[in-house]
Design a protein around this ligand. Structure first.
Ligand SMILES: Nc1nc2c(ncn2[C@@H]2O[C@H](COP(=O)(O)OP(=O)(O)OP(=O)(O)O)[C@@H](O)[C@H]2O)c(=O)[nH]1
Ligand SMILES: [Mg+2]
Length: 456
């Protein structure tokens, strides 16, 4: 998989800007740089590593292609741990492309997406979880997502994994001395030590896995569905939360036919709001399809704002809407309180509820707070060292680790030969290693690095 050639790509997004950076990595980085670059002050003889030089890029016919700054970073003190050179040229599309083409003509190969980071990983500068952190930092859409990603890039998850691994290796060492000297009856206390070490890791894994819903929402945002019977003010609520008139609002029931999605940020949380067709039994084909689409969105929603018109008695259609929703995702919104308000009957009264008037702009702040509180409930303290699992791949690997540990523990409790318990522990270690990349199958690696942009 690993190739020893020299790769090149723009490290900055190509478009008009102040500067673009072209990055070379591999054994010919320095020779290629020297060939293309003419320093403005005479270099004594070599590029000193990690020093920025001013000069020009000279084309194959002696023409000046741009005025640039250039830096050479000698291995292993570079992003990839290989020799790296960077040329900071002017930020135009054409000027950058001409220098890029020249470097390729002179022997560099255009890098594949993520190939620089792949090399950093293969050369052991960062592990896989850190490499994934790099993409997440680049892709982060909210401050909290960015914070989480930087933590992962800096190795927070990796060090947790390595703590788990050390603890399991200790247990495995005890177990192996038991395998090697079977005649010396293992002490009860040793078995207990092995078991308690394993149980401790299992519990810590469970605590980490429990942060996943939280982490996923921080990283990818939450889906908030606005649901209810026709004409209760769903589209009005969407517009009010967005602060713009996105969806059509009329006094006619059945106005919204399709689902309408828009993103907003609330206190650093990224939310996707989804307005839907009012739920009712209808003979209108278009509206029927709208109701079908609305109900399909329920499964993937993280929170459902069930909108009621509290100025009138509830009816059968409100109950139909309620019955569609999983109870743990419901926040009841009693709208149109400006027209009067009757108490919510059971079972609506069993849920958390907020009374609002979209028209009078009443209760909307309470609603926003309630939404934020819903997603922050059960959130652990935000201590710097806390790990939050945001990636499904990591969660799956932790769950598999945990299953192996359960099996080891039940083996220890029921006189299973130590060899078999060791197999469980090795399985657990291997599942853990998938997070940091030691045991990750190649096709998974390929899939992960393909998510990167070119030049990263
Ligand atoms: N008095 C009052 N009227 C409201 C309020 N919110 C919405 N309305 C009115 O209720 C009617 C229906 O509003 P919509 O936002 O279109 O309701 P909807 O739930 O999206 O309706 P469908 O798309 O048909 O399902 C409109 O005439 C709104 O102006 C409110 O807080 N108070
Ligand atoms: Mg509507």
């Amino acid at each position: 998989m690993f190739e020893e050639d020299t790769i090149v790509a723009p490290a900055t997004a190509i478009g008009d800007g102040g500067v673009n950076i072209l990055r070379l990595s591999g054994p010919s980085a320095l020779p290629l740089l020297k060939k293309a670059f003419r320093p403005s002050a005479r270099l004594k003889d070599e590029f000193a590593s990690h020093h920025l030089y001013h000069g020009q890029i000279i084309g194959p016919h002696g023409d000046v292609r741009d005025e640039v700054m250039a830096v050479f970073m000698q291995a292993p003190r570079s992003y990839t741990r290989e020799d790296v050179a960077e040329i900071h040229c002017h930020g135009g599309v054409l000027v950058t492309r001409r220098i890029l083409d020249q470097l390729i003509d002179q022997g560099a190969r255009l890098a594949r997406p993520g190939e620089f980071t792949l090399r950093a990983f293969l050369n052991g500068r960062i592990d896989l979880a850190q490499a994934e952190g790099v993409v997440d930092v680049i892709r982060a859409q909210s401050e909290r997502a960015c914070q989480l990603a930087v933590g992962q890039m800096e190795g927070r998850l990796s060090s947790l994994v390595s703590e788990f691994r050390d603890q399991l290796l200790d247990a495995l060492a005890l177990l192996e001395s038991w395998i090697d000297f079977p005649e010396e009856d293992i002490e009860r206390t040793d078995i207990e030590r092995i078991a308690s070490g394993i149980a401790e890791v299992r519990d810590e894994i469970a605590a980490a896995v429990a942060t996943f819903e939280q982490g996923r929402i921080i990283r990818d945002g939450a889906r908030v569905l606005i649901l209810g019977k026709p004409n209760v003010g769903k589209s009005s609520l969407l517009n009010a939360l967005l602060g713009q008139s996105r969806a059509i609002v009329t006094e006619l029931p059945g106005t919204t036919r399709d689902t309408i999605e828009e993103g907003i940020f609330l206190e650093g949380l990224r939310l996707r709001l989804i307005d839907t067709a009012g739920v009712r039994v209808t003979e209108d084909e278009i509206e029927k399809e709208g109701v079908k689409r609305a109900t399909e969105k329920i499964a993937e929603a993280d929170l459902i704002l069930l909108v009621l018109d509290v100025s009138r008695p509830l009816n059968e259609e409100d109950f139909v809407a309620l019955d569609l929703c999983p109870a743990e995702k419901i926040l009841v919104i009693g709208n149109k309180q400006d027209l009067g308000k009757s108490a919510l009957p059971s079972p609506f009264s069993d849920f958390s509820s907020i009374t609002v008037s979209v028209h009078k702009n009443q209760g909307l702040e309470d609603l926003k707070n309630a939404i934020v509180a819903f997603f922050r409930r059960g959130e652990r303290s935000e201590a710097a060292e806390d790990v939050v699992i945001a990636d499904r791949r990591h969660r799956d690997a932790l769950l598999r680790t945990s299953r192996q540990l359960e099996s080891a523990l039940s083996g220890l409790g029921s006189e299973v030969p130590p060899e078999l318990i060791a197999v469980d522990l090795q399985g657990a270690l291997s599942a853990l290693g998938e997070i940091t990349g030691e045991t990750t199958p190649e096709e998974v690696l390929n899939r992960i690095f393909a998510r990167f942009c070119i030049g990263k």
